[in-house]
Design a protein around this ligand. Structure first.
Ligand code: GFB
Length: 331
């Protein structure tokens, strides 16, 4: 993939998509097409068709598709599944018909069977049901993987699939209800600190364990996979930072500077008890994550403060004035 190639990051405004656009620009890729705000509505087939006809991308990173944390998966399974199925089908089919050289599709670790052996190896995909809290989204991501493989089988398309661990970083969704655990806890710990609350409540028992990967490392791994992995079969992108939710909550509180008590709401779902990836194949190809986990948490908090923190959290404005007229204390 040379630096003059026309490269399209589908979902350039997503957590991983934004990191990919930043990385490609930093690496001197001058012909990025369809970057926000010029991206078509991927749920509208005619818009995707027109875009591919005009922009004629040679390489595609398919990072598009709505996603969210455990709660959003429970409250909006139809939205998440439909958006991912439509966006993926439209981009993969257009990529084929418009002669894209290579496409990298980003699936999700929640597609693994809930009780598969750990760390999760790609051979265990579709050997059992996924975690019930995210079955719809997980199924859409499995369909995306199978669709890429089907185009490979029928047309010899160089469409490969990568499965990242739980990603986090700048451009994440910091909404306390819909976001993933790291951005949600950063927001909650920050708000608890600003309001001087004695305790921070974490969902679930705190016992589940997750492997996390920083978005910038995911972008780095995606470029590596685009250059060095041809499949068949998907490849895991593990970040190597594995810890319990209770340990994570303590680290986030430290990074944010929250000194209060941490409590657990066991009435909330834990989801998968353990979710770690077997990244042996990627390591064997020579890729390793490079960003230290604690430094990545601190950078993510800093990004939150500069881009997503409620303005009303400055002590002078608390309790009344807001950035959005008529909506007290909201952004
Ligand atoms: O990040 P998260 O929503 O994703 O939750 P999953 C991880 C763990 O953190 C769960 C706990 O055990 C949650 O109960 N947790 C504690 C919290 N406090 C919070 C909080 O304030 N917000 C959130 N969100 N979690 C997702 C899938 O599963 O993984 C998605 O639902 C996607 O579809 C994503 O695949 C990568 O790891 O449980």
């Amino acid at each position: 993939m040379n630096r003059t190639a026309r490269v399209y990051v589908a979902g350039g405004d997503t957590l991983i998509g934004a990191a990919l656009v930043e990385r490609l620009r930093a690496d001197g890729y001058r012909n990025l097409v369809g970057t926000p705000p010029d991206e078509p509505d991927l749920t509208a087939a005619w818009q995707v068709e027109d875009f591919f006809g005009e922009a004629r991308p040679e390489y595609v990173f398919l990072a598009a598709g709505k996603s969210g944390g455990i709660r959003l998966n429970q409250t909006c399974p139809a939205d998440l599944m439909l958006h991912n199925l439509l966006a993926t089908a439209h981009v993969v089919d257009c990529a084929h018909r418009h002669g894209v050289t290579k496409l990298l599709y980003l699936a999700s670790s929640c597609s693994y069977p809930k009780h598969a052996p750990q760390p999760l190896a790609v051979e265990s995909l579709m050997t059992g049901p996924p975690e019930p809290t995210n079955t719809a989204y997980a199924t859409a991501k499995l369909a995306g993987w199978q669709l890429c493989d089907a185009y490979r089988q029928q047309y010899g398309a160089r469409f490969v699939t990568a499965i990242p661990a739980n990603a986090f970083g700048p451009h994440d969704d910091f909404s306390p209800d819909g976001g993933h655990v790291i951005p949600a806890l950063i927001r909650k710990a920050h708000e608890a600190k600003v309001r001087g609350e004695p305790a921070l409540t974490v969902w679930g028992t705190g016992r589940p364990r997750r492997e996390f990967i920083f978005a910038r490392d995911v972008a780095d791994a995606c470029l590596f996979v685009m250059r060095h992995h041809e499949g068949p079969g998907p490849i895991n992108l593990g970040g190597g930072a594995e810890l319990s939710i209770a340990e994570l909550a303590r680290l986030v509180a430290d990074v944010v500077g929250y000194r209060g008590r941490i409590g657990f709401d066991a009435a909330r779902p834990d989801g998968m008890p353990l979710k770690t990836l077997d990244s042996g194949p990627l390591r064997a190809l020579g890729w390793r994550p490079s960003v230290d986990f604690l430094a990545a948490l601190a950078e993510t908090y800093d990004w939150f403060l500069r881009h997503a923190a409620p303005v009303s959290h400055s002590p002078r404005l608390a309790g009344g004035l807001s950035a959005t007229p008529g909506k007290p204390g909201a952004i």
